[in-house]
Design a binder for this molecule. Sequence first.
Ligand code: NAD
Length: 455
Amino acid sequence: MTTNVCVFENWHFAYFRYKARYVMRTFLPQKQHQIPEFDANIAGGTQVGKRTVDISGKMKVLRKLADESENPDGTHSIILQHILPTTIEYIDIVNSVYPVDLVISIVYSNDQPTVDALRAKGYEVIVPNSIEYMKEELWKDVLRVLDGASHPVVFQEVGGYMSKWTKQLSQYEGFKGCVEDTKNGLWRYQEAEKNGDIHLPVLSMADTALKRVEDSLIGDACVYSLEKVLRTQLASILDGLRCGVIGWGNIGKSCATAIEGRNSVVSVYDINPVVNMLGYGRGFYPMPLAQLLAESDVVMGCSGRRSIRTADIHDIKNGALLCSASSKDIEIDLKGFSQLCEIEDITPQGDDLCPIEKYTVKKTGKVFYILKHGTPIDFLDMPLQGAILDCTFSELFVCMRELSKNPHSPGVIELADALQIEVAKLWLPTYVETFSTHEATKDKTFFFPESWYWE
Ligand SMILES: NC(=O)c1ccc[n+]([C@@H]2O[C@H](COP(=O)([O-])OP(=O)(O)OC[C@H]3O[C@@H](n4cnc5c(N)ncnc54)[C@H](O)[C@@H]3O)[C@@H](O)[C@H]2O)c1
């Protein structure tokens, strides 16, 4: 009997091996590696502070788009971004079409050597000193740059920092509008619109299908950074820990999947009951927030809202580690916590380390830890890279090109499908070998959406 089972299993495996080889032969191009994955400057790289990083020639699709773009009315740009080594090429390419009048670095994702490198190239770069300043005062710095300028300007940002100030910015005649990259920023502009307080066109890519490509990889980036902190600063690993993900949207799904991939037991909580049901269906064991906080060794906030309030402090497990994968410092009410806790900075000495604070609840003596002041953990490292970063930057560029080229009424609008598809049609043959052959150019995907109706 045992022999029979073995024979059957061996036959089974042999059959699948044969099938797999057949499938590989049929569908993979005969000649592999036509597009080299690493083709630039690995040995030399570019010196950014103490690091040497291969950051040149990565933005291939963005470069193509820029080379094809014209700027007949001399529109300039202002860029508010995560200033990391990988942002340098983006700024250079945008600058080649829409001269960059000002770069603003997001305070929690600022890499000072990159700021120095940009300044050395001649860009004016502002590094605000707090998120509060960015929300309340930064618009005045933007106005200062606009003042006296005689050219039109588009503003590209991440986080809705200009959402309360569109009236002031609209006073400048040449201001063509804002491009918004992320959900949290989109929500801030939508709120302004709901209050009847939006005075400029805001072109958003935050909710586009193309942006979902990036979102699906953010979880990996967040877990990479979290794991690095655990391994290098806390001599610990994720495997076997109980982890809680709050907010199971695009980023939450991506984080939960990545954490699960590290052999952790993952539970989720979402404020929307339907989303909890969806999480259940995917095996993520949803539970009430109080239970999730009480049982999780690691909690990752992914909602983009205030998901852990002061009222929740007593539910947090003793010794838990709390971090964010979303935006700004919104996820955890650290101001509220500071009223109830002693806070000790326990970040070790050294370069490029994650800030760690130990919170001790005064009344009970319970402790928990906050990573990176509750700001998104993935910005400790360069979260987006290569082909996917090229996709995001290309989409941003197309948004800027659209605002620069075509007049739009004040209000929030989404990047049209046709313009997202334009980026995808350039991206696919650039990065996916199977779509790069002459034969593949005849595929229906390159004629989408018209090909949808082909019989
Ligand atoms: N860290 C990064 O690199 C990065 C990258 C992209 C986006 N983001 C940010 O991540 C955040 C989430 O974006 P998304 O695309 O996943 O949004 P989403 O709308 O797809 O998902 C948010 C989810 O959180 C839930 N939620 C809202 N409030 C909640 C609360 N108080 N408690 C529990 N659940 C709550 C919502 O029901 C929703 O399911 C945004 O702030 C976005 O800007 C971060």
